[in-house]
Design a protein around this ligand. Sequence first.
Ligand code: ADP
Ligand code: ZN
Length: 435
Amino acid sequence: MENYYQKDIETMSKEGLREIQNERLVKQVRHAYKNVPYYQKIMDEKGVSPDDIKSVDDLHKLPFLTKSDLRDAYPYGLLAKPLSECVRIQSTSGTTGKRVVVFYTQHDVDVWEQCCARAIMAVGGTKDDVCQVCYGYGLFTGGAGLHGGSHKVGSLTLPMSSGNTERQIQFMRDLGSTILCCTPSYAAYIGESLHEMGLSADDIKLKAGIFGAEPWTEEMRRDIEKTLGIKAYDIYGLTEMCGPGVSFECSAQTGMHINEDYFIPEIIDPDTGEVLPEGAKGELVFTTLDKEAFPLIRYRTRDICVLKREKCSCGRTLIKMTKPMGRSDDMLIIRGVNVFPSQIETVLLEQGYSPNYRIEVDRENNNDTLDIYVELNSEQFSDTVKEIAGKEKQLAAAMKTMLGINPKMHLVPPKSIARSEGKAVRVVDKRKLHD
Ligand code: ADP
Ligand code: ZN
């Protein structure tokens, strides 16, 4: 039996959902225009008024908003409610530059937590579960979002935050945690630590994990599922929209259902801004539908993915998005070739290596260099120097097939690459330092 938080919405007919979206969009645009001078300015410039927006069909008339608009508006420039009505501030992790701060009214917090509750129930969560939240707490939205969602479901919430991995495992065992929420890289680290402590999946009660906030591959999913003895589910979100819970995976594990009653997704060509048809790959754009403090209209996420509306075995009718396999600005251009870090991860895991790696890009004599450092486990490390050199050569060839360029591979000793407790930083682009 499929488990839902709000079955009526999650399984609603396409037409019913569209009606909700139409009604909310009209209101959201009016609210933004009336209360945020910046929206007035950009809509006036584009010659579009709130009266022109009568339904979702009119969405394309509205101007886009980018992260740099948000940075320029820092801190209060896009606020649509008096501060006295706001109850919370959160901030992006600043992965790609200056942080952005966002504001929430109590209603906004409730909506966000509801979205996370849907995600928890979609992985089978109930009030009988023990939900261990080891996303970071604080300004980062991961901890607060899943924590609030877990409360709404009625699960017993363990607000661990990230770090202190041995204590995480001890509590997980002592208190019988059944659902784990953290970044996929931290889940892999917890799995590794569990084994180092001489324990296995049989010593814990976990059944499911909700892992997101960073890109991860299917290979990594299988790895985590095996080491922790669980089903691993993806969750997506961004602070600008609310945080985690914008979309979430269900039992089908084939893409994430978008909470379309709160967010309208579009896919555009990142170069031209043209809206692409369903099924096309492009940049994901979101419009919030029910935000009081921080409404965002046609916000360009820079995440690249595909949208598909299909009958899902879970019964949900909400449209699905594929895993974003990196942002448009994560993409490295090396010797003129587009390289996504996720492609490198796929090759490594397929070839039986760990997800502990570091990618270094540099420039020597006007030529880009690509060095990939991959950690060996202790068994692999006991090979002879000659065997290791052979493996490096073999890996470089596999990379060449995937990427189209030849990297320099470095197989390094166990534990020599720093582990991540939050979002992993795996790429060091030294070219930027020279510029
Ligand atoms: P920052 O942009 O500073 O990292 P956030 O912490 O709000 O700020 O992160 C949001 C971004 O994280 C998304 O735009 C996306 O690139 C990435 N992200 C979040 N969840 C996932 C996921 N499940 N898979 C891939 N990327 C994700
Ligand atoms: Zn589904």
